[in-house]
Design a protein around this ligand. Structure first.
Ligand code: KG4
Ligand code: ZN
Length: 331
């Protein structure tokens, strides 16, 4: 029997992406057209510019995904598209393209939750991975601990009450005059600094919820005070000390949840999963405790359509032509 071919489409933020997946785990193509250079001069994503750029890019990106997969549109069996969370206008571009193709080709349409997609990126990087597991999802907009007991069974154990981890990285980087997106820049700079040089307060939140706004304010206050007093500080030490605090907080809660819920697999997901220190810390801690650790390859950590196609493949419910963007969609 021929395997199902899924076309994935992702336009929730500043990447226009399309991918073709064969069955549940065999990636045939993964095309990502990033808008980062365009938004960099504004220090962050400008929603209106993002939507317009998605409109220009969407069909060429889909065409490239189809041709580099070595297939034709007629061979595609179903289309999975991000329906939220994300920027409304940006999401609508992907959804409109997906709906039009699904109607023209008479094939099913699947509206996908972007956060679930981030977790599913791991099935592509590690084809042997199966639920149950504990997933730490850390992106620009979300920080969450999720217990996944089946492909369609998610239990939210905790999430950020304010800023997401990626948001804190980006805001601090901006004040330090580092280019957008700030996460990878802080990651790079932190390698040159001493992670124990400055003690920033560890966020203290009960249970498995997170909070990063207090830590963010403490780092910003530190930078402002130094500037007002004309004190010279090491930007690398600030980056390394801030990053250590975030990584320790994320790792502590993740390991505690794995122990309480008796889960022996830890799955890292989302853009911040690309952080070298987070990956290394979790890997070391998991090895020490006899837990298995999974994280996506770099290209599958940040936004892409391969993860959306994979989520769509395992999803049981299909969408119809009323599918709409849900900018604040939760897990
Ligand atoms: O998942 P993602 O691509 O988009 C959202 O769904 O939000 O995540 C983007 C976030 C940004 O905040 C970016 O700064 C952060 O991931 N990020 C990183 C690294 N690479 C990307 N944060 C820390 N270290 C990195 N290496
Ligand atoms: Zn994302």
């Amino acid at each position: 029997m021929n395997k199902i071919l899924t076309l994935g489409i992702e336009t929730s933020c500043d990447e226009t992406a399309a991918a073709v997946l064969c069955g549940g785990r065999e990636l045939l193509s993964n095309v990502i057209s990033t808008q980062i250079p365009l938004h960099r001069k504004f220090g962050g994503v400008v929603p209106e510019i993002a939507s317009r750029k998605h409109i220009v890019n969407i069909m060429p990106v889909i065409d490239e995904a189809i041709s580099s997969a070595g297939v034709t549109l007629r061979k595609i069996n179903q289309i999975a598209v991000t329906r939220g969370p994300g920027l409304a206008g940006a999401l609508l571009v992907g959804i409109s393209a997906a709906k039009s193709l699904s109607y023209a080709l008479k094939i099913p349409l699947i509206g996908v939750n972007h956060l679930e997609g981030h977790i599913f990126a791991n099935f592509l990087s590690s084809p042997e991975l199966e639920p149950p597991f504990l997933s730490l999802v850390v992106s620009g907009g979300h920080t969450a601990l999720i217990k996944m007991t089946g492909y369609n069974n998610f239990e939210l154990l905790g999430q950020s009450r304010d800023d997401a981890a990626g948001e804190a990285f980006d805001k601090i980087a901006r004040v330090m005059n580092l280019p957008y997106p700030g996460g990878p820049e802080i990651d790079k700079l932190a390698k040159l600094g001493d992670p124990n040089a400055i003690t920033f307060p560890h966020p203290k939140v009960a249970g498995y919820d997170f909070s990063f706004s207090g830590l963010k304010s403490a780092v910003l206050n530190f930078l402002n005070t130094a500037q007002m007093k004309g004190e010279k500080i090491s930007a690398a030490d600030v980056a390394a000390s801030f990053q250590r605090t975030v990584v320790e907080t994320l790792a502590e809660k993740t390991l505690a949840a794995a122990e309480e819920f008796k889960l022996d697999k830890i799955v890292l997901a989302g853009g911040v999963a690309a952080n070298s220190s987070l990956e290394k810390t979790l890997r070391t801690s998991c090895t020490r405790r006899g837990l298995k650790f999974f994280y996506p390859t770099k290209i599958l950590c940040t936004d892409n359509a391969a993860m959306i196609a994979c989520r769509g493949f395992y999803q049981k419910n299909f969408s119809d032509s009323t599918l709409n963007a849900v900018p604040n969609l939760g897990l």
